[in-house]
Write a protein that binds this ligand. Structure first.
Ligand SMILES: *[C@@H]1O[C@H](CO)[C@@H](O)[C@H](O)[C@H]1NC(C)=O
Ligand SMILES: *[C@@H]1O[C@H](CO)[C@@H](O)[C@H](O)[C@H]1NC(C)=O
Ligand SMILES: *[C@@H]1O[C@H](CO)[C@@H](O)[C@H](O)[C@H]1NC(C)=O
Ligand SMILES: *[C@@H]1O[C@H](CO)[C@@H](O)[C@H](O)[C@H]1NC(C)=O
Ligand SMILES: *[C@@H]1O[C@H](CO)[C@@H](O)[C@H](O)[C@H]1NC(C)=O
Ligand SMILES: *[C@@H]1O[C@H](CO)[C@@H](O)[C@H](O)[C@H]1NC(C)=O
Ligand SMILES: *[C@@H]1O[C@H](CO)[C@@H](O)[C@H](O)[C@H]1NC(C)=O
Ligand SMILES: CC(=O)N[C@H]1CO[C@H](CO)[C@@H](O)[C@@H]1O
Length: 502
């Protein structure tokens, strides 16, 4: 199997064209994390080279193969490097970048009613704030080796703000699946106008020629009006969408857009992918539906643990799961951190109960390889894009290349373990999206056209002041959606004596 992978070489039409029409990059003599279809595991190729031609991986080979390198190919020595597929984030509210650090001790209810409230945010966001917040967030993601994002960033606020978000996504060069949300009850932006704008954006030449593909998001399957639910279903079916997303939380928080609920509405076994974000309330019936219709969930480990949400059930659906950051307003913005947190959490869930029975586990329930696949290929499968999240001939040239000689990496034997357990964002040396350099030798090539830093800082000051001046939101009594009681929990103090600050 390895041999057939190694010697993969297909005569892409572009390879026989003259050098002027093609652009090739050769990463020479490296370690490549490919994928073995037969065993469905990562396959490590050592002393191997990778040829990128235009937007695709054109060849993977070693010194014993006879591959013709197109004239004019750019040669990149990569002997100490580890070449990984770019990471895939299947859900992020990138627009919230400007809220960074504001929610360091926030609760989920405060997030829902305050920081993610588009009604509140619309009081301070304008097209500029949106553009710089969105672009900075996407640059942060590219810097960490993420090459595809499903963005829950548009269709909100106003037409100008939504357009600014799309502009930032195009300008970033991130492969973006823009899950444009249809929202009911926003007097300033009625559903009809939202749909018109969705259609307009999808038909714009500038968008069609970019790496932004339009998708849809909707949160009202369990409470929206029948009319809007049907409108959204029809819109999804008649538009050529790349993805449909919905938040499936359930439990004390409500927002129960479960696979079971969508199946009841006859909207689950569709030709496009439907991604269920969080899936905290997953039931065995939901899991069966996901498997039968091949739809995926999006795990958001760090965000959920920050708020103490119960994410045990989704851990039983890992064969239909992908990873995401959700919102980096209070968490790290890279997928490797999500993979690492998830890996160690699942390990602990499975082994701790056995140790409490005075037993000693002799095997480890989850491997670094499994975490790596969740970060890469599973995201591609969630999007029904087998050409994303893998290094194979013919796949998209979306790559994250790590410096294996960095202090925290040096000496690695297993490149997958090196990435998942030992790397940090600073070790990401090169990033390519669609064959285009987005980071090269540690230098980020994103947002270079404008004074991104200066403009982003202006936006953060404005937005931070807005939240600081707003009275804290007080939660008392019961939640209006589910009736669950609000409760105070114990606070931790690392200093002896009475609770001082926090
Ligand atoms: C090239 O790949 C083949 C197939 O995996 C392997 O047997 C061979 O040892 C490799 N050669 C070198 C020089 O790495
Ligand atoms: C890779 O190349 C090095 C020399 O650069 C050699 O020592 C090593 O055996 C090779 N590894 C494989 C797997 O062929
Ligand atoms: C390599 O391939 C080229 C053309 O595809 C051929 O002319 C050449 O003889 C081959 N070399 C070896 C060592 O097989
Ligand atoms: C975190 O909580 C402490 C104590 O309530 C408060 O002083 C601090 O401002 C909070 N930080 C944020 C970012 O809300
Ligand atoms: C988006 O970009 C286009 C093309 O550069 C520009 O004409 C338009 O004004 C921009 N819209 C916003 C809201 O920034
Ligand atoms: C549908 O969208 C994809 C990209 O998401 C595009 O490649 C394809 O051409 C579109 N098909 C039609 C009929 O517009
Ligand atoms: C989903 O739809 C396809 C195509 O119409 C059909 O073949 C398949 O049986 C359906 N699966 C389920 C679980 O309904
Ligand atoms: C911008 C934005 O947040 N859009 C949608 C994404 O998901 C939430 C649910 O958490 C929707 O309410 C938003 O409209």
């Amino acid at each position: 199997m390895i041999a057939s992978l190694l010697l993969q070489y297909i005569a892409l039409p572009s390879l026989v064209f003259s050098a002027a029409l093609t652009k090739s990059i050769l990463f020479e003599d490296s370690t490549i994390i490919s994928f073995d279809e037969a065993t469905q595991t990562p396959s490590v190729l050592r002393n191997a080279s990778l040829l990128v031609t235009n937007d695709r991986i054109a060849a993977i080979f070693n010194s014993s193969s006879n591959v013709t390198i197109p004239p004019g190919t750019e040669r990149i020595p990569a002997h100490n490097d580890i070449i990984s597929p770019g990471f895939i984030d299947t859900h992020r509210h990138t627009w919230q970048t400007v809220h960074r650090t504001l929610g360091s001790n926030s609760t989920i209810i405060e997030y829902l009613f305050r920081y993610s409230s588009t009604a509140l945010a619309s009081q301070i966001f304008d097209a500029d704030v949106m553009y710089y917040s969105q672009l900075t967030g996407l640059c942060e993601a590219l810097n960490s080796g993420i090459t595809s994002i499903v963005d829950n960033a548009s269709g909100l606020f106003t037409e100008a703000i939504a357009k600014a978000a799309v502009n930032a996504s195009i300008d970033s060069g991130m492969r973006t699946f823009m899950a444009y949300s249809i929202r009911e009850g926003e007097s300033w932006f009625p559903v009809k106008a939202q749909i018109e704008l969705f259609r307009e954006l999808g038909s714009e030449k500038r968008v069609r020629q970019s790496l932004v593909e339009m998708g849809l998001a909707y949160e009202g399957f369990d409470g929206g009006s029948t009319e809007v639910v049907q409108t959204v279903i029809n819109l999804a079916r008649e538009s050529n969408i790349s993805v449909f997303e919905t938040h499936f939380v359930g439990g004390v928080l409500g927002t129960d857009n479960s696979p079971s609920r969508l199946a009841q509405l006859g909207f689950l076994n569709e030709t496009f992918p439907i991604i269920f974000i969080h899936a905290d309330g997953l039931t065995p019936a939901d899991l069966t539906l996901l498997r039968n219709t091949n739809q995926y969930i999006s795990l958001v480990p760090e965000f959920e643990l920050h708020h103490g949400q119960d994410i045990y059930n989704p851990s039983l659906a890992l064969d239909q799961a992908s990873l995401s950051v959700g919102t980096h307003y209070s968490t790290s913005g890279d997928i490797v951190s999500q993979a690492r947190i998830w890996l160690q959490t699942v390990r602990s869930w499975i082994t701790t109960p056995r140790m409490r029975e005075f037993k000693i586990p002799v095997n480890n329930p989850m491997s670094a390889n499994q975490a790596f696949l969740l970060s890469t290929r599973s995201g591609g499968l969630a999007l029904r894009r087998p050409d994303l999240g893998v290094i194979q001939v013919g796949a998209k040239a979306d790559l994250a290349i790590f410096d294996g000689a960095a202090p925290g990496m040096l000496g690695w034997r297993d490149p997958v373990a090196a990435l998942i357990l030992h790397s940090n964002v600073g070790n990401v040396k090169h990033v390519l999206v669609d064959g285009v350099w987005k980071k090269r030798d540690g230098e980020l090539l994103c947002g270079t056209e404008s004074d991104l830093q200066g403009n982003f800082l202006k936006s953060t000051r404005k937005v931070q002041q807005f939240w600081e001046e707003m009275a804290p939101t007080v939660f008392e009594g019961a939640n209006p959606i589910t009736g669950a009681q609000y409760v105070q929990v114990d606070q931790v103090d690392v200093v002896r004596g009475p609770l001082n600050g926090y």
